[in-house]
Design a protein around this ligand. Structure first.
Ligand code: UGA
Length: 439
C-alpha cells in the first residue's frame, strides 16, 4: 500500500489494522518489519496520502476500494487441518464490511486464498440486501521478501481477476488504473477471478518445485562427486529452463511455499485428483527430506555424536535481507540439534528477536549472540542457514583460531569459497558437493 501511495498521490491510502502497536510503529523510523528500501517509500507518502489507523469501522465507511490482506494461515484444526487455508479472519472481515458499509465498494482479495474463495466472499458480501453492491476482485501479490521494493516497483506482471460481467470488468479496470501509474500496461494482465486465484498458488508451487528438484539432485551429487553448482549452471543455461531459483539449499522456508502447496494439494484432493495432489505434496516432502539430510550429515561428520558440542548457526531468517523466520529451515535444524543434546548458538543480523520467539520453549538451551565472532568462540561447528552477505566477508581465519578442533563448517547455502575455507583448516561440508576434510 505504501508503494501505491508513493506512486499515486491522487489516491488517499489508509492502512487499517487492529494492532495499535504496529500501526504506531509504521509511523516511526523503526518499521515493524525489515525490508530494504521500505522506509524511504513509506516516508515519501506518509501523512501526504498514506495514513495508518486503528479505526477499522470509520475507514470501511469512507473507502471506495478495500484491499483485504488479513492472514490466511494453514488451518490447524478440523477438516483440512495442516493443509487448507484458515479463512476465519477473511470471512470475519467480509462480515465487518457488510455490516458497516454504507456505499458500493470494490473488495480486493490480496491475501493468498484457495480457488473459489472470492465466490464465497461475494455471496457473504451481497447476501444482506442493503441496496449496496460489492465487486470482489482478486489481485494476488507476487513480491518476495527481501526484494519487495524492487519487485513492486518493477513487477514481472500484475494480475487482476474479476467476474466477467459488466460491473466486474468495470471494477477490474479501476484497479488496472491504479497500477498503470507506474507499471507498463502490457505487464498488467486481467482474467477471471478463479484463474487469478489459482495462478498465485501455482506460481509458488512451480518456484518451490524448482528448489525441491535441484535439492533432490544435490543428494545425488554428494554420492557421485558431481558438483551441484556446476550442474545447476549447465541446466540453467538452457533458456527454456533459465538460471533463477536453482540454488541448492537446506530447503525452502518462508510463510508462503509450504502453505500454498499444501493448499493446492488440498484443493486437488477435494476434487478427487489424488495423483495430482500426491505429485505436489512430494515437493514439500523433498523439502523436509533436505532439512533432515542436512542434520544427519552434521551428526555423521562429527563422529556420530554432537552431545554437549557447541554448534553455531549463521543466520536464522528463512532467507537473506529479511528478519522473517516463519517456516525457516533453521527452526527444524535447531530442534533436531537440541534433540541430540548439542549446545546451540544462533547469530543473525536481523532475525534474533524472532528466533527467540520461535524457540521460547527451549530458550535455556540456546544462546543468542549478535556478534558472529563471539558466537563461534569454542564452537565445534558452524552451520550456515541464511545467505547473508555478511557471512561471505567474515575473517574465517580468526574464527577458526578460536574454535575447538577439528573445526567443522556446514555450508547450507553454498555461499563460501570452500577451497579457501578448507585451506584455513576447516572440514567443509557444502550442499551437493563432496566434503573437503583433513582426515
Ligand atoms: C515467495 C515467492 O517467490 C513470491 O513470488 C511470492 O509472492 C511470495 O512467496 C508470496 O507468496 O508471498 P518469499 O517467500 O518471500 O517469496 O521468498 P523466496 O525468495 O521465494 O524464497 C523462498 C525460500 O526458497 C527461501 O527459504 C529461499 O532461501 C529458498 N530458495 C530460493 C532456495 O533455497 N533456492 C533458490 O534458488 C531460491
Amino acid at each position: 500500500m505504501a508503494m501505491i501511495a508513493a506512486k499515486c498521490p491522487q489516491y488517499k491510502v489508509t492502512v487499517a489494522d487492529i494492532n495499535a502497536q504496529k500501526i504506531k510503529a509504521w509511523q516511526t523510523e523503526k518499521l515493524p518489519i525489515y525490508e530494504p528500501g521500505l522506509l524511504e517509500v513509506v516516508k515519501k507518502a506518509l501523512d501526504r496520502n498514506l495514513f495508518f489507523s486503528t479505526d477499522i469501522e470509520g475507514n470501511i465507511k469512507t473507502a471506495d476500494i478495500i484491499f483485504v490482506s488479513v492472514n490466511t494461515p494453514t488451518k490447524t484444526y478440523g477438516g483440512g487441518a495442516g493443509k487448507t487455508a484458515d479463512l476465519q479472519y477473511w470471512e470475519k472481515t467480509a462480515r465487518d464490511i457488510v455490516r458497516i458499509a454504507e456505499s458500493d465498494k470494490i473488495i480486493i482479495e490480496k491475501s493468498t486464498l484457495p480457488v473459489r474463495t472470492a465466490e464465497a466472499m461475494e455471496r457473504i458480501l451481497n447476501a444482506k440486501n442493503k441496496g449496496i453492491h460489492f465487486d470482489v476482485v482478486s489481485n494476488p501479490e507476487f513480491l518476495a521478501e527481501g526484494t519487495a521494493i524492487s519487485d513492486l516497483e518493477n513487477p514481472d506482471r500484475v494480475l487482476i481477476g474479476s467476474r466477467e460481467t459488466e460491473k466486474g470488468r468495470k471494477a477490474r479496470e479501476e484497479i488496472v488504473e491504479i497500477y498503470a501509474n507506474w507499471v507498463p500496461r502490457d505487464r498488467i494482465i486481467t482474467c477471471d477471478v478463479w484463474s487469478a486465484e489459482l495462478s498465485k498458488l501455482v506460481a509458488n508451487a512451480f518456484l518451490a518445485q524448482r528448489i525441491s528438484s535441484i535439492n533432490s539432485i544435490s543428494a545425488l551429487c554428494e554420492k557421485t562427486e558431481a558438483d551441484i553448482k556446476k550442474v545447476a549452471r549447465a541446466i540453467g543455461m538452457d533458456s527454456r529452463i533459465g538460471s533463477k531459483f536453482l540454488n541448492a539449499s537446506i530447503g525452502f522456508g518462508g510463510s508462503c511455499f509450504r502453505k500454498d502447496i499444501l493448499n493446492l494439494v488440498y484443493i486437488c484432493e477435494r476434487y478427487g485428483l489424488h495423483e495430482v495432489a500426491q505429485y505436489w505434496e512430494n515437493v514439500v516432502k523433498i523439502n523436509e527430506y533436505q532439512e533432515g539430510r542436512f542434520v544427519q550429515k552434521m551428526i555423521h561428520a562429527m563422529f556420530n555424536t554432537i552431545a554437549h558440542k557447541r554448534i553455531t548457526l549463521f543466520g536464522f531468517a528463512f532467507k537473506a535481507n529479511t528478519g522473517d523466520t516463519r517456516e525457516s529451515p533453521a527452526i527444524y535444524v535447531v530442534r533436531k540439534l537440541l534433540e541430540e543434546h548439542a549446545r546451540v548458538v544462533i547469530t543473525d543480523p536481523e532475525a534474533l528477536h524472532n528466533a527467540e520467539q520461535d524457540l521460547k520453549d527451549s530458550r535455556e538451551y540456546v544462546e543468542f549472540e549478535t556478534d558472529p565472532y563471539k558466537a563461534t568462540q569454542h564452537a565445534h561447528a558452524i552451520a550456515i542457514m541464511t545467505e547473508w552477505e555478511l557471512y561471505k566477508t567474515l575473517d574465517y581465519k580468526k574464527i577458526f583460531e578460536n574454535m575447538e578442533k577439528p573445526a567443522f563448517l556446514f555450508d547450507g547455502r553454498n555461499i563460501l569459497d570452500h577451497q579457501k575455507i578448507h585451506e584455513i583448516g576447516f572440514n567443509v561440508y557444502p550442499i551437493g558437493k563432496s566434503p573437503l576434510t583433513h582426515f
